[in-house]
Write a protein that binds this ligand. Structure first.
Ligand SMILES: Nc1ncnc2c1ncn2[C@@H]1O[C@H](COP(=O)(O)OP(=O)(O)OP(=O)(O)O)[C@@H](O)[C@H]1O
Ligand SMILES: Nc1nc2c(ncn2[C@@H]2O[C@H](COP(=O)(O)O)[C@@H](O)[C@H]2O)c(=O)[nH]1
Length: 387
């Protein structure tokens, strides 16, 4: 995402701005953002709505101040803000010391939505949307070699968030394991019947995996979606490739083992396959890992060494972490440091703490933003580094 030309941000006495040193004062702060011949003052109290911060516009040509119509629900007043002008007429506004999911906001000042509203209302309009961490709604495709722990991680997620996630029950021609139930773990299918259904276009994807046929029926995914839950697919790399080429807009996660030895130990300890099947799965694992890492199918790669750590990272990728701890830094929402600089590098907003011995850096990855005013802007990933 490139930056729009001819846009700059200034900071006034209390404010905070692009790429410069900032010291926030603990009082009712306003930030001043300059875009072309206009200055947007963001902060203080909204003149008509005490629950949302205000926006005022100064037009340099007429030297007039005016209050635009503010659409959407904006952030509540806070003791500090940081702002950064993004492309598409959007200003990223970060609130200091806010609770989880209350820290990141977008003020649209010249987006397609705002331009449309200006035409309709014949007034100056700006619009808020709340920044939502992670991609909260897209189906999740999880792949990785047999025995790496995909099923274990998915079970943990479904146990902790039972109303949020639903599992896409695959079809398979392999025999059930002793604990597996038809229609719960898999739809155990006859090969000829499954092949006929594939021919009839009933499957989103299918593949021959370790000598058996596996596939995701369209019905299985729709059953989860109809129940209002986010669908999780546990499928192999071939299947993930097919889903990627399909119309299903999903996020793709590949789970890697810490080593081949550990993968072998896990498969043996599970005790569900014969020695011959274990050998076959291990042989296939090498090619799967190579493809998983290098094919470009998977946007996110997780190493499942320590299960709890891996689960935490998975939740973070999905924007589900209550309090995020990354590299030893605890961040409740985005705890904006009092003194900091803000800069942008490609698709990353870098908030760098200054003036202390230990410096925290918070990185907002905004490469996959979607949605916008007057609702939610999704897809922000947050990382924190202490050095
Ligand atoms: N991080 C971990 N450390 C140690 N053991 C683990 C870890 N994660 C999972 N396991 C164990 O490894 C075994 C394999 O895990 P699991 O069945 O979840 O793998 P899987 O990737 O779903 O395999 P498959 O693709 O064959 O279904 C299980 O016995 C599980 O308890
Ligand atoms: N392409 C697909 N792969 C699938 C599907 N369901 C499961 N799988 C993958 O198969 C292997 C082996 O699973 P197991 O239960 O026999 O151990 C594993 O990698 C799964 O991810 C599917 O519908 N399509």
């Amino acid at each position: 995402m490139g930056e729009a030309p001819a846009i700059s941000v200034d900071h006034l006495e209390n404010g905070h701005s692009n790429g410069v040193y900032v010291k926030s004062e603990p009082k009712n702060i306003e930030i001043s953002v300059e875009i072309g011949d206009r200055t947007f003052m963001i902060g203080g109290n909204h003149e008509r709505n005490n629950f949302s911060i205000g926006v005022q516009i100064h037009d340099k040509n007429s030297n007039n101040w005016f209050s635009p119509i503010v659409l959407g629900t904006g952030p509540k007043p806070s003791q500090g803000y940081s702002a950064f002008v993004l492309e598409q007429g959007r200003i990223l506004v970060i609130k200091k010391g806010s609770p989880r999911n209350e820290s990141i906001w977008f003020l649209e000042v010249d987006s397609p939505y705002v331009r449309e509203q200006k035409k309709l209302l014949r007034k100056e309009v700006v619009a808020w949307s709340k920044g939502v961490r992670g991609n909260a709604e897209k189906p999740i495709v999880i792949s990785g070699p047999s025995g790496v722990g995909k099923g274990t991680l998915i079970s943990m997620l479904m146990k902790e968030f039972p109303s949020m996630f639903g599992f896409s029950v695959s079809h398979t021609t392999r025999s059930p394991r002793s604990m597996e139930r038809d229609g719960v773990h898999y739809h155990f299918a006859d090969k000829k019947v499954m092949e006929k259904e594939i021919k009839d276009g009933k499957f989103l994807e299918f593949a021959s995996v370790h000598g058996n046929l596996y596939g995701t029926s369209i019905e299985s995914v729709e059953a989860v979606t109809d129940s209002g839950k986010r669908c999780i697919l546990d499928i192999d790399v071939q299947g993930a490739r097919s889903v990627r080429a399909s119309s299903l807009d999903a996020i793709f996660i590949f789970v890697c083992p810490p080593s081949m030895k550990e993968l072998e130990d896990r498969l043996r300890a599970r005790g569900t396959e014969t020695e011959e099947q274990i050998q076959k799965r291990l042989r296939n694992a090498e090619a799967e890992i190579k493809e998983g890492i290098s094919s470009g199918i998977f946007g996110l790669i997780l190493y499942n060494d320590n299960l709890e750590e891996c689960y935490k990272k998975l939740k973070k990728l999905l924007g589900l972490d209550e309090v995020t701890s990354v590299n030893g830094v605890e961040i409740e929402g985005i705890n904006l440091p009092t003194e900091h600089t803000v800069s942008k590098m490609e698709d990353k907003i870098i908030i760098q703490e200054t003036g202390k011995e230990t410096r925290n850096k918070i990185v907002l990855d905004i490469s996959s933003l979607n949605g916008g005013a007057p609702g939610r802007t999704r897809g922000i990933l947050v990382d924190a580094i202490k050095f």
